[in-house]
Design a protein around this ligand. Structure first.
Ligand code: NAD
Ligand code: UFG
Length: 353
């Protein structure tokens, strides 16, 4: 069993991954500044993981850009014998529109934060890393499904920060032997743990389709705006590759296993299902899950959107022996379960860990 540092472990994807890793028997140190999350998420992760996980989750409130906070995390990892075996790096900012308005903050947290983390890893002799990259790297894709060999051509500051970190990782891997690195390019993560206890809890008005639909379904918002009904797709609405957050969490476990059981590696892998669903299909599927219609209106296209973004997931299957197992109905059922049980997310229960 391994000891793993999870940056951003209280967030949406991080919390689900923590649960999967605890259930697999690993010990975790989470470093999170709660910029976009609640300590309540990790409290619930511990409840879900059960008594067998007791003592295997240490939580440190801190910032990846602060060396002192990173030192505390590495010290926590070394407190029970040998140090950390690996890092999964989720911490970062992820809102495309915000990145256009505040590019320096995005370069600071995403790029400078990653640089600080890598320096701390090198100093502590921990050279195994799984990094949260994004399909946003591909910009307007030229071929769909998109293979990893597709050109990296981001179209917004958020995408540029992910491309910059991927480049930093290639440079670090080439600089000295010993690095084992996986950049995982997520497509559209949605849904929640089937218990409905943990899920996605965006601040303010959701930018993304799935949490917006969930909030309309639970009555927090009036109707979904469908951004464009004239895309070159079967029903005219945009098509994306939605991936259940539990499949994504399991993808991280598979990536860790592949890295820790091999020699020097630099993997760059799409994590998606290979299936595309249109906005109108997602609305319909969610209506089936919640048992009532979801009101929507078709509006203008959103600037910066592509018509169709779907992963070619072949490489991840070959390299990790991993593929998605859950379908759109599972994503909607579990997403609805979470939203229905927690209409205001974690907000009503923000407590310290
Ligand atoms: P999230 O915002 O829910 O989680 C990110 C976590 O990082 C939060 O808990 C936040 O508090 C923490 N954090 C932010 N800045 C920090 C800092 N300076 N120091 C320490 N902690 C900090 O986001 P998520 O959806 O779970 O995404 C996780 C990662 O995956 C991000 O890097 C994101 O860019 C990437 N990603 C997400 C998606 C998506 O659609 N959700 C798609 C592709 C890639
Ligand atoms: N959409 C709507 N109405 C909304 C929100 C979205 O119709 O209120 C449409 C979009 O036009 C698009 C689809 O729903 O066709 C999905 O949009 P999202 O905003 O949910 O997701 P994106 O594919 O635009 O982008 C997301 C993340 C990016 C990430 C990318 C790939 O926001 O950061 O997935 O992982 F890079």
């Amino acid at each position: 069993m391994y000891k793993i540092l999870i940056t951003g472990g209280a967030g949406f994807i991080g919390s689900h991954t923590c649960l999967v890793l605890l259930e697999a028997g690993h010990s975790l140190v989470v470093l999170d500044n709660y910029a976009n999350s609640s300590p309540e998420a990790l409290r619930r992760v511990m409840q879900l993981a059960g008594p067998g996980a007791e003592g295997r989750l240490q939580v440190i409130e801190g910032d990846i850009r602060r060396s002192a906070d990173l030192e505390r995390a590495f010290a926590a990892g070394a407190s029970t014998g040998a140090g950390l075996d690996a890092v999964i790096h989720f911490a970062g900012l992820k809102a495309v529109g915000e990145s256009v308005a505040e590019p320096l903050r995005y370069w600071d947290v995403n790029v400078s934060g990653s640089q600080h983390l890598l320096a701390a890893m090198a100093a502590h002799g921990c050279r195994t890393l799984v990094f949260s990259s994004s399909a946003t790297l591909y910009g307007y894709p030229e071929t769909v499904p998109i293979p990893e060999s597709a050109p990296i051509q981001p179209i917004n500051p958020y995408g540029y920060t992910k491309a910059a970190v991927e480049q930093m990782l290639r440079d670090v891997a080439a600089s000295e032997p010993g690095w084992r690195i996986a950049s995982l390019r997520y497509f559209n993560p949605v849904g929640a743990h089937p218990s409905g206890r943990i899920g996605e809890d965006p601040n303010g008005i959701p930018n993304n389709l799935f949490p917006f639909i969930s909030q309309v379904a639970v009555g927090r918002r009036e109707q979904v705006q469908v951004f464009g009904g004239d895309w070159p797709t079967t029903d005219g609405s945009g098509v994306r590759d939605y991936i259940h957050v539990m499949d994504l969490a399991e993808g991280h476990l598979a990536a860790l296993k592949a890295l820790l059981s091999g020699g020097d590696q630099l993997l760059q892998l799409n994590l998606g299902s290979g299936q595309g669903h249109s906005v109108l299909e997602v609305i319909e599927a969610f209506a089936r899950a919640c048992g009532h219609a979801i009101p929507y209106v078709i509006t203008q296209r959103r600037s910066g959107d592509a018509a169709i973004t779907v992963a070619d997931p072949t490489e991840a299957k070959q390299q990790l022996g991993w593929q998605t197992r859950r379908n759109l109905d599972d994503m909607c059922k579990d997403g609805w379960h979470w939203q229905h049980a927690n209409p205001n997310g974690y907000t009503s229960v923000r407590t310290s860990y």
